[in-house]
Design a protein around this ligand. Sequence first.
Ligand code: GDP
Ligand code: ZN
Length: 364
Amino acid sequence: MGERLTVLGWDERVAAEFAPYAARGLEPARVALEHQHIYRLYTEDGECLARVRGRIRHQAEAREAFPAVGDWVAIEPFETPSESTDREAAIAAVLPRRSRFSRKSAGDLTEEQVIAANIDVVFLVSGLDHDYNLRRIERYLVTAWDGGARPVILLNKADLADDIEIRLEEVRGVAAGAPVHALSTKSGLGLEVFDEYLRVGVTAAFLGSSGVGKSSLINALLGEARQRVFDVRAKDSRGRHTTTHRELLILPRGGLIIDTPGMREMQLWEGTLDAFQDIQEIGTACHFRDCRHEQEPRCAVRVAVDEGRLPAARLASYQKLHRELVHQAERQDQYSQIQQKRKMRTMMRAARTMYNTRDRGRQR
Ligand code: GDP
Ligand code: ZN
């Protein structure tokens, strides 16, 4: 496959997953933007617009089956009328995701909506100013692991801090092995860390609260190219000039960044508590196997807090996260039950129709 696909993150694994589609004459593409079920795709020889073909739309009972930014898809290319500058294609399939970030959809129930797919590295950004918060870093770590991406912690605004080494040590204490770096978009300090993580074909994303400097970092990586390359002025169908943008950005230096409004407001989905290995280890000594480390007798974790071996705040954030995850699991259950009921109803209806036809057959 071509060099351009490599730039887009194509590798042996994607190639292997794509092989059956290639055999059917389909072409690979990666989703750069989604807007009301119209997709902008990067392809081997440029870009095109695409819609999801009727059949997957029908099969896609759950929104999770729809393509998301970062997804690899198989398309049936075809040309649109000549006055339009954009080719339009049909998306026939979505390839398996190696990682995915999701959120609850707008409705009341817990339905998964994938907001970005195939992210390799997630930069968890905090500011070394008032924003600095170890508990929040722990939560973002859980989110990153949950999505299946490799977390890297960035402490931005190092120009505002004079105790960088202490902060780095503190954060490493909760990082559960994830690398931690201090940097400053403003002074340029430490920006070379990106050489380590952003290589050709690697897809990254930034997570962190508003104001920590995510946009500044992304702009620094894009350089002057952002306006020029990514906000292409194109003629729409009525010949007006419109500004289009991409949410999967190709960096001039190599590598890709996913920057979507959804990623900016990431919520926890169903989660693992891997970021709290220390508590889980101590917890194996609790008297009750399902100890929540609250009021239970002979709780090893509370003993650890009393003896100063475990910060009380860390236990509190573990418990808060745990409660949220349990709550989400319950909502998920409720949702599955409703789905189950729906399925039963359809089956009953189908069975009734079948019996009715059979009865009519007998009467004849
Ligand atoms: P975002 O909301 O995470 O995208 O944050 P922005 O990139 O918009 O940055 C928020 C504010 O922090 C802006 O006023 C930036 O100029 C400022 N900022 C970003 N990086 C740095 C830095 O390294 N040092 C300092 N002092 N300010 C920064
Ligand atoms: Zn316990």
